[in-house]
Write a protein that binds this ligand. Structure first.
Ligand code: AHR
Length: 491
């Protein structure tokens, strides 16, 4: 084991780690909504109002704080009025974004809000700017949030919901540089301003308006948006960044079989998001010196080739220890930039891309990524403190990366919580931490980086209590095995 150091300055408090950094994303895509979340009341799979009990329980276990819906690309072809009222009369439509399958609209606004109430999480609605009208968007907000007498509030009541819901987070378009209309940033920014004018805050419901931000490192998009739209018109903008192991979208690499090269290029591509966040932070400072505008990373995660034999448009992939490592790296980065990053939504919650749970008929399995979200719960709404970890490079060829990543927060009782990821496949570290009084420690590790959790089998990658530390002379020495994620809580 090599030596490394984590220095914590517990008195230097930096920013609030908004629990919404641990948010999720659900789209009408493949088996995310239907099968994954919603099976209908008449299903043999155990459900509450049609929602799978096993999935709801699992998501509660990781204290899901916010859920984005209905897309994704689907959001810009979704017409919300098709998804309300008596189910048998709801319109059937073609999901042109994802495989041309029939969307029967049996999961709509009421069902989504019901789900959020069950989960105890906040809804984040993605509105349709690409193919919808201003009237449609403004009426959706009125339908969901207006408490007085109005056509949309009456319609909601007629559909069985007397009181409005609280909807804070509202996105005005999705990927409007691509599937949301192939717009130029100049055009989108003007459209955004027009649409947002009619997104009203009704009945004490303060809308937090989210503009469509860039694809990855398209800084020109961010800059044009920030030049055009001010901090009264937009509270935040979104950033989408997916990690692929290769540099070629036509072959992204497999979920379960990958070489050492592919492993390190995945890590290297994953941590590139930090540069993108830093650059966007600079741009926000330039155009909004008060720094009121925030960043929401409302789609992120590993995007791999679909599992063999599954519909290529359904984006179903398995999830290994590699995914646990990249999840931990991303979450540490978001925590460390929580002055600007106030929400993130991993894509997607069930059965699509880097999911926390996968389903197969009545079976459900928790993925390695699930256990990272579970481990990181103490960071929710805690305060980031200054910390620095040794920068030791590992990797192969062009993919040389820092082996260790960490973030440290403190809570109201003054306890410290540190999460450490070691992405090295070979090297373990003895980490000297300048803190003592360990309350608990946990670890996620695997015999092999390719390990994953399969249906109806014992889980190979889980969260375990960890005893691999000793305290000496006011310091704590923690063994951080190769390819592992470790957390330590101190008094
Ligand atoms: O998450 C899958 C797709 O990725 C989303 O629909 C879209 O917004 C992005 O391109």
């Amino acid at each position: 084991m090599k030596n490394a150091v984590l220095n914590i300055d517990r008195d230097v408090k930096l920013s609030n780690v908004n629990k919404n950094i641990y948010g999720h994303f659900s789209e009408h895509l493949g088996r995310c909504i239907y099968d994954g979340i919603y099976v209908g009341e008449n299903s043999e799979i155990s459900n509450i109002h049609g929602m799978r009990k096993d999935v709801v329980e699992a998501l509660k276990e990781i204290k899901i704080p916010v859920l984005r819906w209905p897309g994704g690309c689907f959001a810009d072809e979704y017409h919300w009025k098709d998804g309300i009222g008596e189910k048998s009369t709801r319109k059937k439509m073609v999901n042109t974004s994802w495989g041309g399958v029939v969307e029967d609209n049996s999961f709509g606004t009421h069902e989504f809000m019901d789900l959020c109430e069950m989960l105890g999480c906040e809804p984040y609605i993605a509105g349709n700017l690409g193919s919808g009208t201003i009237q449609e968007m403004s009426e959706w907000i009125e339908y969901m949030t207006f408490d007085g007498v109005s056509p949309m509030a009456e319609l909601r009541r007629k559909n069985g919901r007397e009181k409005p819901w609280k909807v804070k987070y509202f996105g005005i378009g999705n990927e409007n540089w691509g599937c949301g209309g192939n717009m130029r940033p100049e055009y989108y920014s003007d459209e955004y301003k027009r649409y947002q004018t009619f997104c009203k805050s009704y009945s004490g419901n303060e809308l937090f308006k989210i503009a469509c931000g860039p694809s990855g490192d398209d800084y020109n998009w961010s800059e044009k948006l920030l030049e055009t739209v001010n901090n009264r018109q937009m509270s935040a903008y979104s950033l989408h960044y997916y990690t692929i192991p290769t540099s070629d979208w036509s072959y992204k690499g497999k979920a379960l079989e990958f070489s050492e090269d592919e492993y390190y290029s995945t890590i290297s591509n994953a941590v590139y998001i930090e540069k993108i966040i830093e650059k966007n932070k600079e741009l926000i400072k330039k155009y909004d010196p008060e720094e009121k505008i925030k960043l929401i990373i409302d789609e992120w995660g590993n995007w791999l080739e679909v599992e063999e034999g599954t519909n290529p448009a359904f984006l179903y992939q398995q999830n290994t220890m590699r995914d646990a490592i990249t999840a931990a790296l991303n979450l540490n980065i978001f925590n460390n930039h929580s002055d600007v990053v106030i929400m993130a939504n991993i894509a997607q919650v069930v059965n699509v891309l880097q999911s926390v749970v996968l389903t197969d008929g009545a079976y459900m399995v928790k993925t390695p990524t699930f256990y990272v979200f579970k481990m990181f719960v103490p960071h929710h709404d805690a305060t980031l403190v200054k910390s620095e970890i040794s920068d030791i490079k590992v990797g192969v060829g062009e993919s040389m990366v820092s082996a260790l990543s960490s973030s440290v927060t403190t809570n109201e009782s003054g306890e410290l919580f540190a999460t450490i990821a070691n992405c090295s496949l070979e090297e373990g570290f003895t980490l000297e931490i300048n803190a003592e009084g360990v309350i608990s420690a946990e670890i996620i590790s695997a015999d092999d980086v390719h390990d994953y959790n399969d249906f109806n089998c014992e889980e190979k990658v889980t969260l375990k209590e960890y005893k691999g530390y000793r305290e000496e002379n006011g310091k704590t020495y923690v063994e951080i095995p190769a390819c592992s994620v470790v957390s330590v809580k101190f008094r």
